[in-house]
Every structure is written in structure tokens, then in C-alpha cells.
Ligand binder design. Sequence first.
Ligand code: SF4
Length: 465
Amino acid sequence: MSREALDLDFAHAEAVLARYEGPGPRYTSYPTVPVWTEAYAWERFAADLADVGESPLSLYVHVPFCRSLCHFCACNRVITRDPALPERYLEETAREIGAIRDRMPCQPTATQVHLGGGTPTHLSPGQLRHLFGALVDAFPLQRGAELSIEVDPRVTREEQVDTLRELGFQRISMGVQDFDPRVQEAIHRVQPARETAQLVELSRRLGFESVNFDLIYGLPFQDENSFARTLDTVLAIQPERIALYSYAHVTWVAKQQRGFERHHLPDARTKLRVLWLAVCRFLAAGYVYIGMDHFARPEDELARAQRERSLRRNFMGYTTQAGVEVVGFGPSAISALRTSYAQNERELDAWEAALRDHGLATRRGHSLTQEDLRRRWIIECIMCQGELRADDYAARFHGNFAADYAPELRALEPLAADGLVEMDPNGTLRATALGRLLVRNLAMRFDAYLGEQQRVGTPRFSKAV
Ligand code: SF4
């Protein structure tokens, strides 16, 4: 979205919002995780690993530990101050790395490493070295590999940042959420702006190329005025990338979120106003809207990938690593191979026990059909480019998009009438500025599994706004 998008008819957006604020997947995978089943167990993952090609891999490690619980959080995390747990975790992760490596047919290398969590900087400098050493011994790094990490500024110390830089990490992502003290208190995450700014300053001084901030809109007590002050602080610091997530009120996953219902949780209109305020401020400050909830400086690789139409989306968010197979380690980690997804056991004990039994800790997964692969590509085009070109579909799948997906295109007609999407007679579709903001709604029309999920009625997804 360019700066012309500032012309969005906001009154119209508010008028149609009620039709599009309902729950929907974020499409970091297709099919989405609730579709995956336990019929895909470790034996099938082992067979798929034996089929991994020679191309370099993207490696994700989930470090689940945190010092205290942020009340908005629906991630898989273990709140602990017990030093024995990370030690045990590192031993088991090394076992998992070896087991996965041994099941691959060739000498695999890595083009991307991402440490996520939880809080990876819950680990000491020595433990970070140990983990990274185990990874790169098994999966030697390609020249120029992208190394990134998520950190919590409240627990991250200079020695850790120093160590990460020494290991070659270039990208650092900081959980911020909101700088407003009242919001911070309500979400049980008090993090003074000064502390975050100092960590950014240190990271830049040590040579990190890119700093990302994670922000959340829709938290208790947020409104346009309070968030405007947060945006002032963010824009003064100028991170290279910004992720602005919609708060996911998913009490069936994160029971502690029920406490928020006593507070003032902003309604969908307020959330849309806060989101739009942030979009306008970021665009005016020169950031590029990457998609859904991500912004980047124009010179950033994500912005370049978007311009070159090579942007991709996986469960880590938007990525430049098109077509790269992802292998995940640690509890709840997800692997995304060429034709399958596999997710590890979520609980630490179950993950450890499964590794001891089989060397692999797969809890569930999904083998992609040809139809899944087509729809995944369509949904990725919409989520990443805000556009699907019928010619590209024909070149890739030798089919006629308008004919193959006639019911889906008919289902999009009301969205076209509401100004979310423009469609050509050959089926080519382009999200408008409003459609980019509510993009899940466009992608949902191509999700073959969603109808059944909605019929069963079990809550599975957060609201689109
Ligand atoms: S938001 Fe981050 S630091 Fe807070 S509990 Fe969740 S994973 Fe841990």
C-alpha cells in the first residue's frame, strides 16, 4: 500500500466493518493448524524428512521459557526461574537436532536461523552458544545466512546481545506491545520506553542490521490518543521493521485473558481507528506496508521482496525465503516441508518423552494434496501481494483461474460491492486499501476447510479486527 492509500474512505470502512470483524485465520499456513491431525505422526514426518531436497533450509527453534506471564499472551511458554529447566531443554534440543539431521538423505545446510519463543534471551550467553553450536554443527550455514532472534528487553542483557552478534546474528526483534504505562500495567508487562530504547541503541552500536518492534492494538485501555503517544515513541526510535498485531482474544487457549473482560477492551470500531491511525503514521513516516500487520523501511529486504513479488508468508510471519523448507525444533515448533506440515508436542514433558522414545516429537501434521497446494499459493498471493493474477495461475497450474474457482469468485462479489476487492472478468483480483486491512476476509473465500470449521462452531481463530 502506498501513501495514496491515505485516501481511504474511513466512514465507509466503519459502515461495513460489522460484516468483516468476525474470526478468521491469519494464514501463516494453509491448511491452518486446526485442520492438522494426529494421523500425521512421527513416522510420517520421518518419511518426509527422508525426502528433503538439497536446497538450504530455514531453521526455527522455539525456546519456551519466560520469567513472568504477560496476560495477553497466547504463545506456548513456560513461566519459570528454575535454572535446571533450560539445561534439560538444551540437552533434549541437541538430541532433536541430531535425530532430524540423521533422517535427511544429504548433507543439509541452512540459509536462515530464527530463535523464537517464549524468550530466547532467557538463555545465558553460554547456553545461547551451546544451542547455536548444536544447530550449525548439524546444519552448516550458507554464506550470508539470515540469523534472527526475538528478545524481551526486560530480561536481555548486554552480554547476551554481544554474544548473539559474535555468533553472526543480524536481526533482532523486540516485544514492545505498547509504551503506555496504564496499558502495560493491565497486560502485566511493565517495560519502560527508556529500557527498550537503550537496547535498540546497544544493538545498533554492536552492528545489528535490523531492529523489529512487535506492537499490539486492541489491548485494554488503548484508544487513539493513548496509542498516538506510543507511535510517537516508536517513530522516534525508527525500527527498521514494525509488526502491528491485532490482539487475539482467544480465552480457550489463554485462560488468563479472561481477566481483561473486566477492563475496558476496545471494541472493533476503536480497534479499526487505532489501526488506521498507525497505518497513516507509518506510511507518512516513510514505511512501506508489507501486508496484514507488517511495515518496513523501503530499503529493507521485506520491502524489496514485496516489490519483486517474491515475498512469502509462513508461521514466522512474512519472509523473503521463497520456497525454502522450514524445520522446527523445540516444544510446539512447526516444520513446513515441501508437501507437509508437522507440529511438535506442545508441553515440555510430552516433547521430551517423545524425543526419548522416537527421536522425533511430532504431535500432529498434514500432508498437502494437489488442491491444498493450489489454494495455498492463491492464499499466499492474496496475503503477500494483495493481488492474484489469473495469468500467473495459468502459468503455474495450467488452468483457468476464473473457471476453476468460479464459486469462490462469486463468494467475493459482496466484498467487491463493499469495496474490499476489484475483480477482472478473467478472475484477476486486487485488494483495495480497505481490502488490505481486512485481507483475511479475502483469503477466507479460498479456504476449503473453513466452512466445516464454522459449521462445527468450536472457536478456533481470533477476530479479523
Ligand atoms: S509475550 Fe513473550 S515474554 Fe510475555 S509471556 Fe508471552 S512469550 Fe513470554
